[in-house]
Design a protein. Structure first.
Length: 726
């Protein structure tokens, strides 16, 4: 358990008065108003400070006044009830001034989600309960605040809740159900959707007449659909049924909500019911057809169902005519969330893995290049700025767990959450088992657990892998997302699948023939050539030491040989400046030096360890020599070193430069330790060019075919190799 200070520590000797707090707060608000576009960074939880969320109902807690809050203390078993007396100041969190029934005032800082269904419910004038509050010093001696990290630790109380002390009770602002309905409609027209939901809820509570309630449920369902609160929208839609022919609307809304949750089977059931009641309605027909298409993708998942090329075209908008002369980087991405289903179950299943917890396994034989699965992201913000991508995903996860708990909590919380929680990480605490359950009307959300799940399971995704292979592609522009099915897959440095991205679709292809029952592996990150360096990364990121055939094999090589490889690789990198030549004429003497070092490096790979295994430290010098000899149009040498590149990635190719092999077979006839990357495609293209220059046209053609096939694995679908030159 983390060292949370549960015992009540000393109450601070002095705190600012209510007047001073309000005055300072107003000054901050004024400043904020003058820069409305100020960035609002989302706070990242710090695991060393992790503490669990409250799992108790406010009704089980002892309510204490603000003046009893002890500094740096988690008040377990206690709660506070306060009225919000200011608008929020939104920075890393949303800070408001609150007062209790005795007139004590303090600062309430709510982190992580200013716009979730829970936190949008702490507006000025409302009464909120904070469960088991954490009172924290904010820097200056008398500057304290009630710090809420877990969104479920703060509850918006309904005005009529009997738990509210008399002094804080305003009485309902509006009296009748009709008044609340009108207020809801007004908020809806003003696009203040959270307030509309709040008012419709009050209207529903204030009336017991089903004839009045049904249309309010419909309105609240529609508003929740706009807010993306699909769980609530579905429940409201179903509650709006009256048993008559007008129920088509209820089924239509429930179908759209289920669609929003990507449950196309359920969506189809509701939309079919809607269609039965109102067969000629064009909106239902359209949604129903859309849903059928998703179901076909889920079942078949073949190339034609997905039309990957069409999706790619939909992802990029080339700058308008006035800027056509500008570079390709002017291309702007639009809607990266593609309206497609996930094709998961025909080829894969989740099962226990021999060494790594659960894993993904082949449910049938698959050929090299075949689509293993296609998965739409469960969550992926459209945020490609590397400085913001992680925080954006974290915020989205928290928000969705608040807003759609019944569909998301189970699958997300079931993901592997790293080494702690019973796995030996003593900075963390055991899960309570209440995560995701509803207490006081909201789901318990543990933000520190969410962050652990995020870091262990998220992937970085370019807008489209094919665009990312173009040399002109801007570096590092990757969103972060969560793909639940793909997260089940364990890592191997020589994996049998390869993932690529198209918008928020993750495409997984087989890189060699796979037999039914085989465990499927992917590379978590591009593997570093040196085994100790790459294993350090796996330890840091995921807490494991890799036991793939390459890592196990390389561990058989003595330390002294590893040291030798490191030394020579460092010498090559120093000599070549870690770059590859671009068509410039490299002096013969330099080429001879690199060649000499490359041979030393080859000699530092013992055949008894490396026969049949990749020799990753040799990739860079061989690629360098290919480029240098291309520059000199020395095509026989280009063939020699390009073949070495393929061999060093673990592919079986002739080592004498002979032209009597079929490169199209290399993916299926290279055993189980080859590593597929875009550099393999590049090497095949260089080979093709060199064979052609040497007069071996047929071999050149076969190399291009092999390169195109490899590019399909790398980018997810058939793409033009010319992209590699752009
Ligand atoms: C994204 S999860 C993969 C699914 C996970 N095995 C499960 O049970 O749900 C990542 C975790 O799987 C385990 N893992 C993945 N690849 C591994 C490997 N090559 N060797 C050992 N453990 C591995 C590690 O515990 C890692 O933190």
């Amino acid at each position: 358990m983390a060292a949370t200070k549960d015992a009540v520590a000393a109450v601070p000797a002095s705190r600012p008065s209510k007047e001073k707090l309000v005055k300072t707060h107003q000054a901050h608000l004024k400043k904020q108003a003058s820069s409305p576009n100020a960035p609002r960074p989302v706070k990242q939880p710090i695991l060393s400070d992790a503490y669990p969320p409250s799992t108790k109902s406010i009704r089980e807690l002892e309510i204490i006044p603000l003046c009893e809050l002890g500094a740096e203390t988690h008040h377990r078993g206690k709660g506070i009830i306060v009225r919000v007396i200011s608008a929020p100041f939104v920075g890393a969190g949303a800070v408001s001034i609150v007062e209790d029934e005795f007139g004590n005032a303090d600062k309430l800082a709510i982190y992580n989600q200013p716009d979730s269904s829970i936190l949008s419910g702490a507006p000025e004038g409302c009464v909120v309960a904070v469960k088991e509050p954490y009172y924290k010093n904010n820097g200056a001696e008398d500057d304290f605040m009630i710090c809420v990290d877990h969104p479920s630790d703060v509850i918006l109380l309904r005005f009529t809740d009997p738990i509210i002390p008399e002094a804080l009770r305003l009485g309902p602002l509006l009296k009748t159900a009709e008044e609340w309905k009108i207020a809801g409609d007004r908020a809806f027209i003003e696009k203040d959707f959270p307030t509309a939901v709040f008012c419709y809820t009050e209207a529903l509570e204030a009336s017991e007449d089903p004839a009045f309630q049904a249309p309010i449920y419909t309105k609240r369902a529609g508003t929740n659909l706009i807010l993306g609160r699909y769980d609530a929208a579905k429940a409201d839609a179903l509650a709006s049924r009256t048993g008559g022919p007008q129920d088509w609307k209820a089924y239509y809304n429930a179908g759209r909500a289920a669609y929003g949750l990507c449950d196309y089977g359920e969506s189809n059931t509701y939309l079919s019911a809607a269609l039965k009641l109102n067969p000629s309605n064009a909106s239902i027909q359209r949604e129903h057809a859309r849903c059928q298409a998703r179901l076909r993708e889920e079942a078949n998942g073949d190339e034609t169902e997905y039309d990957f090329a069409g999706l790619l075209a939909s992802l990029v908008v080339v700058a308008g005519p006035q800027s056509q002369s500008q570079s390709q980087s002017q291309t702007t991405a639009v809607a990266v969330h593609l309206d497609r289903g996930s094709f998961l179950r025909k080829n894969t299943r989740v099962a226990e893995s021999a060494h790594h917890g659960r894993g993904l396994f082949a449910a049938r034989d698959m050929k090299a290049g075949e689509l293993v699965f296609v998965e739409k992201a469960t969550l992926m913000p459209n945020q490609y700025d590397p400085a913001r991508a992680s925080a954006a995903l974290y915020a989205l996860m928290v928000r969705q767990l608040c807003d759609n708990p019944s569909s998301l909590s189970g699958p997300v919380l079931d993901l592997y959450a790293g080494g702690g929680a019973g796995g030996g990480d003593d900075r963390y605490y055991e899960r309570s088992g209440k995560e995701g359950t509803i207490v006081d009307g909201v789901p318990v959300v543990d933000v520190f657990l969410v962050e652990r799940i995020r870091t262990t399971n998220c992937f970085s995704a370019p807008r489209a892998t094919v665009l990312d292979t173009a040399p002109s592609a801007p570096e590092g522009q990757q969103a972060k997302g969560l793909w639940l099915h793909a997260s089940r897959m364990n890592h191997s440095c020589v994996p049998n699948t390869m993932r690529s991205f198209l918008g928020d679709l993750l495409i997984s292809r087989a890189t060699r023939d796979i037999t039914e029952g085989e465990e499927l592996f992917q590379q978590y990150i591009p593997v570093k050539p040196l085994p100790d360096v790459r294993n350090e990364k796996f330890k840091e990121g995921w807490g494991f030491e890799c036991d793939c055939v390459l890592c196990v094999g390389e561990r058989r090589s003595p330390e002294a040989m590893l040291a030798k490889r490191k030394e020579v690789l460092a010498a090559v990198e120093k000599l070549c400046n870690k770059k590859l030549p671009r068509r410039e004429l490299i002096p013969e003497a330099t080429i001879r030096n690199v060649d000499r070092l490359m041979k030393q490096l080859e000699d530092a790979h013992e055949p008894e360890v490396y026969d049949g295994l990749p020799r990753l430290t040799l990739i860079y010098p061989c690629n360098w020599l290919v480029a240098a000899h291309r520059g000199r149009k020395n095509y026989a040498k280009v063939v020699k070193y390009a073949l070495k590149v393929l061999r060093n990635f673990g592919f079986r190719v002739p080592d004498d430069g002979s032209a009597v092999w079929d490169p199209r077979d290399m993916y299926t006839k290279s055993g189980n330790a080859s590593l597929m990357t875009v550099h393999v495609v590049a090497a095949l293209r260089n080979l093709a060019e060199a064979y052609k220059a040497l007069g071996y046209d047929e071999m050149a053609g076969k190399c291009i075919e092999a390169a195109e096939f490899g590019y399909l694995m790398v980018t997810g679908f058939q793409n033009d190799l010319a992209t590699l030159d752009k």
